[in-house]
Design a protein around this ligand. Structure first.
Ligand code: ATP
Length: 609
């Protein structure tokens, strides 16, 4: 069976590109801001409040200077504004600061959350519209972390980081101007140590970025293990491989922890370095400042304000180095998300339109000399020169050994993939001349392993025709031999089926899938070994349901149990991608040395044993 999320070799592809701070990358990242467009006024107001709150923060040291100088003047018996009045002004400023900070956080959250939800919607929309090959080459965990982790990183950048950059820049510029105004000499001293700090900071930042990327990758690997084992929990349990999975997860986690600790070591060094730089500079400035106070070049208050401004400026510089590594992470996330946004989707429509008259099918299907290889394994030719014709309403059975390419035929029918050579025709028209969604709307697939969604039975049946009435649903369930077992549940149609339908038996799940297909009322039906996992009693109930479903539709039945397809209008025998025989049951049995005959014989022997 050609499953969607098949992995080629179980090894995750290194699709986490390094995000360097290049012009190209930044340009791409800026495109993400287009999602903020609908909320631009909220966002701009947020920016304004950041500027205002930075302004009020920067006003504090100024008032501190006034406060100290006035106290100093008063102590010398000179005339000055009373410290109480200045403290009162400071309280006023503090109140403003509170309002500004509240508004900035609120407005940024508002714009950021909305923009992120839009972005998530867009990425999900894109993802779900991707062709099958996209899913065949990626792991589910990896894709879901695009939507969760990567997008959260981007959101942090849009809201938190941008605010930090703006605040840092304002603090830096205003702080620099003010310290030069307060004392050019002291400012000169402070700036002489600055380039050293910046260079070392950037080098550190680079290293940290690399390490944290590796940690993130490793962590994503461990999360994939969790997702995969939970999805296949019955496999894990039936093989009693809990120990194996715990071991696998532990090893993966240990690697992640090792990397994170290594990263932490560097971050620790980085933080210590920054702290040392800040306090070292302060000590230097204070020492030199006190000599200037002695010479009367600067007041006590001035020196205090200078030190505080220096701390602000130093803090914002240290923040920049951290922001730099954050920015790198965000660029990585942006790149991965943009990769999906840029990828080409299938030409499906995302509005629920009825099938147009001109696209309505009668149900004739022709495979005309079709050859096919899966895009991920181009060198392996799965189908070779396959020709099959089905008249409207005919039942075509496809049989053959495992791996012969039966499910691949189903995948091509549903146009999950395109033939490499030859043509697929519907009512004599090339498949690609009919819009993809319009075509698929007229088909239904009852797969081998039925996947139900976590909602109610009713919701699962209505999946075949959203908006169907209760009468239609019940009618479909009756035809699918499902009504009786559904009504035997206390909650009837409202019974929650549990995640992926685990609260129902295999046969019940299949009958729900059949009811879903009946409700869809397709012209062409594809059944992929629909009865293979059932015992004889359930098989006959399901088979009856299937016979109801197949009435008056072109059906392609992929079957292992040859007994179920005896009455098919045509049986196509496939072997290693070739059609080796084709005809009715009787015709094929008449072929001495035929593959069908030997398969039938084998099954008879097998079942009579
Ligand atoms: N997505 C895929 N990418 C690459 N190769 C695939 C993919 N799906 C199936 N194949 C390969 O194509 C071949 C035919 O597979 P297919 O599922 O069509 O066989 P089948 O006849 O339905 O087998 P079975 O009866 O065992 O389900 C197999 O060799 C399989 O490994």
């Amino acid at each position: 069976m050609a499953r969607g999320n098949r992995q080629d070799n179980g090894v995750r592809k290194p699709d986490m590109p390094k995000a360097k701070l290049t012009k190209e990358n930044l340009k791409e990242a800026i495109l993400i801001f287009s999602y903020l467009k609908p909320y631009r006024w909220t966002f701009v107001s947020g920016l304004l409040f950041i500027a205002l709150s930075s302004g009020t923060t920067m006003a504090f040291p100024f008032f501190l200077k006034k406060l100290i100088d006035s106290a100093h003047s008063l102590s010398l018996g000179k005339d000055a504004v009373s410290p109480g009045t200045i403290a009162f002004w400071m309280l006023g400023i503090l109140s403003l600061q509170m309002i500004f900070s509240f508004m900035r956080v609120y407005l940024f959250t508002y714009a950021g959350e909305h923009a992120l939800a839009d972005m998530r919607k867009e990425v999900y929309r894109k993802m779900i519209m991707m062709p099958m090959n996209f899913f065949a080459q990626r792991r589910v965990g990896e894709l879901s972390s695009r939507i969760s982790a990567d997008l959260s990183q981007i959101q942090d950048a849009v809201t938190g980081m941008l605010a930090e950059i703006l605040r840092g820049l304002l603090t830096l510029i205003i702080g620099m101007v003010l310290i030069f105004v307060l004392s050019p000499k002291l400012a000169g001293l402070m700036l002489s140590v600055l380039p050293v700090i910046v260079v070392v900071g950037v080098l550190f930042g680079k290293r940290i970025r690399k390490l944290s990327r590796n940690t993130q990758d490793q962590l994503a690997d461990s999360n994939t293990i969790v997702q995969e084992t939970l999805q296949g929990i019955s496999n894990v349990k039936s093989f009693t491989n809990e120990w194996y999975e715990i071991g696998r997860y532990t090893r993966s986690l240990q690697d992640a922890v090792k990397m994170a600790i290594n990263n932490g070591r560097f971050r620790g060094l980085f933080v210590s370095f920054i702290l040392m730089s800040i306090f070292g500079t302060i000590i230097l400035v204070v020492w030199y400042g006190t000599t200037l106070v002695q010479h009367g070049t600067i007041t006590f208050g001035g020196l205090t304000a200078f030190v505080v401004y220096t701390a602000f400026v130093g803090g914002s510089m240290a923040g920049f180095a951290d922001l730099y590594s954050q920015l790198q992470k965000t660029l990585g996330a942006t790149q991965r998300v943009r990769e999906i946004l840029k990828d080409e989707t299938e030409p499906v429509t995302i509005v629920d339109e009825p099938v147009e008259e001109k696209n309505k099918l009668q149900g004739a299907v022709t495979f005309h000399h079709v050859a096919f290889s899966y895009p991920s394994r181009k060198e392996v030719h799965i189908l070779k020169d396959v020709s099959i014709t089905a008249a409207p309403g005919e039942q075509i059975a496809i049989v053959g050994p495992s791996g012969a390419g039966k499910s691949t035929i189903a995948a091509l029918l549903l146009r999950f993939y395109q033939p490499d050579e030859g043509q697929l025709l519907f009512d004599g028209k090339p498949a690609d001349s009919i819009p993809l969604s319009q075509l698929r709307k007229q088909m239904a697939l009852v797969p081998q392993d039925v996947m139900l969604f976590g909602g109610t039975i009713k919701e699962n049946i209505t999946y075949g025709k959203p908006g169907a009435t209760q009468a239609e649903i019940e009618d479909a369930a009756r035809k699918a031999n499902a009504h009786d077992f559904i009504t035997s549940f206390p909650e009837g149609y409202e019974t929650i089926v549990g995640e992926r339908g685990i609260k129902l038996s295999g046969g019940q799940r299949q009958r729900i899938a059949i009811a879903r297909a009946i409700l869809k009322d397709p012209v062409i039906l594809v059944l992929d070994e629909a009865t293979s996992s059932l015992d004889s009693a359930s098989e006959s109930i399901v088979q009856e349901a299937l016979d109801n479903l197949m009435k008056n539709r072109t059906s392609f039945v992929i079957a292992h149990r040859l007994s179920t397809i005896r009455n098919a209008d045509k049986i196509v025998v496939l072997d290693q991608g070739h059609v080796v025989e084709s005809g009715t049951h009787q015709q094929l049995l008449a072929q001495e040395d035929g593959l069908y005959k030997s398969l039938t014989k084998l099954q008879l022997e097998f079942t009579s044993e």
